[in-house]
Design a binder for this molecule. Structure first.
Ligand code: ADP
Length: 407
């Protein structure tokens, strides 16, 4: 079954066409990124993988709206010479990544007018993403009229958090009137990791207890008990929790008023700074962990400090989540940093030996596209590295919706 996965941003469309039998049996037929939509010159990078060889096509052309971008993607996918499908009707489903639908949907749903209304209703709580996601849905409905359109919410996996975890200690009516609460993000990745860890450990998801560390440019940790999320670090927006590439993570809100008074910034400038100019970038000037580590190795003290701060905050949350996940099976590193950065894994684990987290430096050096174990022999807790795959998770859930509709 061919499923197109779409992640629409305000000026971009990321896509992947997956031929899917099951989570284990799948093939990416094409993937790509349409960007700079609405700018004078847009750009499309389209890749195909026939015979295992990546073939890349790049073009620049004006793309005034998402409509022109998607039209071009359809042409590339169905190109008589280089295309991967004969026509758009071969695509059975389109799975859309949607940021937030609050408490309305706690699972993946087939898109209808009600779902679109709910996505619109959450524009104020996802002002950058939800409108773009809805635009992506409307464009896809036009170009793939025969496909089942499915929404996979980035917050859905976290809907199992109990009130004691998701409520903020603020006037309660902020929750009842304004829907202010911790929603959590990266839910699709944490859900994929929860299932992949259970498969790897040979346990039923309902018996699997893990702490999932999604460390990429955005970073979040989820405490997963019996396959279900019981707490996570991101909040009403992705700004809360860990230190990230450019986001501050946790900060005393009074600091905002103080710095705004000192600098004359308004709240929008302040939030832009906390989202885009803070984190690793704010402390040492670069947001890519590879560059931070290189700079630190070259004697840059602020880079070394940023690295320490990043790892320290991960350690603190792992400790906190060990307190709320009894019978822990494993901590799992994933995403760009978690999968690739040996120094980060080493530094994080080095502070947690007293909690049973004992990394084997040799195993930590191994690179793998498959799940691997990194703990020392005889250690009480497993340390896993599992590559995440949000697109595959979206495709799998889209297929489940289609299969259920056909059953
Ligand atoms: P996103 O959150 O944008 O999806 P990714 O999960 O792809 O991000 O992670 C991107 C980040 O992963 C980069 O910013 C970089 O810091 C980090 N990264 C990738 N490879 C390495 C590596 N070998 N060592 C350290 N960090 C890495």
């Amino acid at each position: 079954m061919k499923i197109l996965v779409i992640n629409a941003g305000s000026s971009s469309i990321k896509y992947q066409l997956i031929d899917l039998e099951s989570v284990e049996r799948n093939a990416v037929l094409a993937s790509g990124l349409v960007e700079k939509i609405g700018e004078p010159v847009g750009r499309i990078v389209h890749k195909t993988y026939a015979g295992g060889a990546e073939k890349k096509h790049v073009e620049e052309r004006p793309l005034p709206t998402h409509n022109e971008g998607m039209a071009r993607v359809v042409e590339l996918l169905t190109d008589p010479a280089e295309g991967v499908v004969k026509d758009a009707s071969e695509i059975a489903g389109v799975g859309h990544r949607v940021l937030n639908c609050g408490e309305v949907y706690s699972d993946t749903v087939r898109i209808d007018a009600k779902v679109k209304e709910a996505i619109r209703d959450f524009f104020p709580l996802g002002p950058l993403h939800n409108p773009a996601n809805l635009m992506g849905i409307e464009v896809a409905e036009k170009f793939f009229p025969d496909a089942v359109q499915v929404a996979v919410f980035d917050t859905a996996f976290h809907q199992t958090m109990p009130p004691k975890a998701f409520l903020y200690a603020v006037p309660y009516e902020w929750y009842t009137k304004y829907r202010l609460r911790k929603y959590g993000f990266h839910g699709t990745s944490h859900k994929f990791i929860a299932a992949a860890a259970a498969r790897y450990l040979g346990k039923a998801p309902a018996d699997t207890n893990i702490i999932s560390l999604h460390l990429g440019n955005g970073c979040s940790i989820a405490a997963i008990r019996g396959g279900k999320c019981v707490d996570t670090t991101m909040g009403v927006t992705p700004l809360e929790g860990l230190m990230m590439g450019t986001r501050s993570g946790d900060i005393d809100p009074s600091a905002l008023e103080y710095v705004m008074d000192q600098t004359g910034m308004d709240i929008h400038q302040m939030l832009t700074t906390l989202n885009k100019k803070s984190g690793l970038k704010g402390v040492c000037g670069v947001n890519d962990m590879r560059e931070v580590i290189e700079a630190a190795a070259g004697g840059n003290e602020m880079a070394a400090t940023a690295f320490e701060m990043f790892c320290y905050r991960v350690q603190k949350y792992v400790g906190a989540y060990m307190a709320v996940v009894p019978n822990l099976d494993a901590i799992v590193f994933t995403a760009g940093i978690g999968q690739n950065s040996q120094p980060v894994r080493e530094r994080v684990c080095a502070g947690l030996e007293h909690l049973g987290i004992r990394l084997d430096p040799e195993k930590n050096r191994v690179r793998s596209d498959d799940p691997i174990e990194l703990q020392r022999d005889g250690a009480p807790l497993k340390i896993l590295m599992i590559p995440t795959n949000e697109e595959l998770q979206i495709a799998v859930e889209t297929k489940q919706i289609i299969d259920a509709a056909n059953a």
